[in-house]
Design a protein around this ligand. Structure first.
Ligand code: AMP
Length: 384
């Protein structure tokens, strides 16, 4: 993969595909993590006298239909503040007006407003790549999607390279994928097994233990013959869960937090063998054995909360896990939106060796799959 630092970008016009798909409420950015993760590439480009046009998507608007709630205006305003430079929002693709030599940094309006983005339209990809001299792909979060501004634009660019974020993501995630040390402990939580089945299967072949939590643990508990009341469960996954249990790497909780409602009615801490019909398992207690495993691990991979941590009543498992990972000297990797928000809530992102900005892309990468935009970037040659 060609990296930004290996090419001369001075006085060049860079079109940079970033992932600034951030939550916005009342015209204000609610969580700036994704914007901040793009800053190293932006600052590197500006310091090296390049001019920039940023491209990002935001939410899921209907193509060719402008809706203010999907506009990137709040992102352009936020960016202007943190880089201390005006960032102009551009609503069209007229190349001679975009890089007019007057503005250092511009942001194209939500690429999903433009016809052809979703269908990976080659003409749109070519148009985007043709706006500048070099197409820089830095949107790891969208690297698994074949869309015009990812796959087609890279493919048709005369020169394309990876930005600094993409370089870091692939470097750290590759280490956890291919170059890990044992003991390797994976912690997989969140709502459903079905969305993480491929990850669990892959990790089952490399990790020493898989600690499960959240709704995922409920399905494994039911598969092991225990009663789980009215907890979130995926009955269609029970046979697969049974097969995985037989292979012996899945670590189930022993003590859990149950409640009759999500508001905490009848909340209690109890054994997994004692869940009543009208109760839901909404959190878990990390056993001493699990804490010891995390402490002795050399590699830790974490995706998904241990319980309904958005409610403080059910946050203990996720909080204790965050602290255990922060205290461990293991090489640790975390990814996924809920996982990062837990990290930001209970510890610092620096307490983890690497926090990936990807959700679906993180899962696919860690499943060992090839991501199509990275593949096409890998096929580019220097100078071509
Ligand atoms: P995911 O996106 O699959 O990582 O799932 C994250 C969501 O799973 C969070 O919003 C949690 O509230 C939810 N979750 C975690 N544990 C449970 C549980 N025991 N029951 C229901 N939902 C859960």
């Amino acid at each position: 993969m060609i990296n930004l630092s290996s090419i001369d970008i001075s006085k060049k016009n860079l079109v940079i595909r970033v992932d600034m798909n951030v939550p916005i409420r009342d015209g204000n950015v609610q969580d700036s993590t994704r914007i901040r993760s793009c800053i190293p590439t932006i600052e590197y480009a500006l310091t090296n006298n390049a001019r920039i046009l940023l491209i990002s998507h935001l939410g899921r608007p209907t193509e060719e239909k402008f809706e203010e709630k999907f506009s990137l205006k709040p992102v352009a305003d936020y960016l202007s503040k943190i880089i201390n430079k005006p960032c102009k929002l551009i609503g069209h693709l007229e190349s001679e007006e975009i890089f007019d030599g007057k503005t250092d940094i511009q942001l194209l309006e939500n690429i999903r407003f433009f016809k052809g983005e979703k269908e990976n339209c080659q003409d749109l990809g070519k148009k985007l790549a043709g706006l500048g001299d070099i197409y820089v792909f830095d949107a790891f979060g969208t690297a698994h999607r074949e869309q015009a501004s990812t796959h087609s634009a890279i493919k048709s660019a005369t020169k394309a390279c990876a930005g600094l974020l993409l370089e870091r993501e692939t470097e750290f995630l590759s280490k956890a994928l291919n170059n890990y040390d044992h003991p390797y402990i994976a912690v997989i939580g969140g709502a459903k097994i079905s969305t993480k089945l491929e990850l669990i299967k892959h990790i089952n072949s490399v990790a020493d233990q898989i600690i499960v939590g959240g709704g995922i643990a409920n399905t494994f508990l039911k598969a092991s013959g225990l009663k789980i009341g009215k907890s979130l469960v995926e009955d269609s996954m029970l046979d697969i869960a049974k097969d995985l249990l037989v292979q012996g790497k899945i670590v189930l909780p022993n003590v859990i937090i149950t409640s009759k409602t999500f508001e905490g009615e009848g909340i209690r801490e109890t054994s997994v063998k004692d869940v009543k019909d009208d109760e839901m398992i909404l959190d878990l207690h990390l056993s001493d054995e699990i804490l010891t495993s995390l402490n002795q691990a050399k590699t830790i991979l974490w995706n998904g909360p241990m319980g309904v941590f958005e409610n403080k009543l059910f946050s203990k498992g996720t909080k204790d896990l965050s602290i255990a990972i922060a205290n461990s000297s293991a090489f640790s990797i975390a990814g996924g939106g809920e996982t990062l928000s837990a990290i930001n809530k209970y510890i610092k992102s620096d307490d983890v060796s690497y926090c990936s900005t990807g959700g679906g892309a993180f899962l696919e990468f860690m499943e060992g799959k090839n991501l199509s935009s990275i593949d096409v970037l890998n096929s580019k040659e220097i100078g071509s």
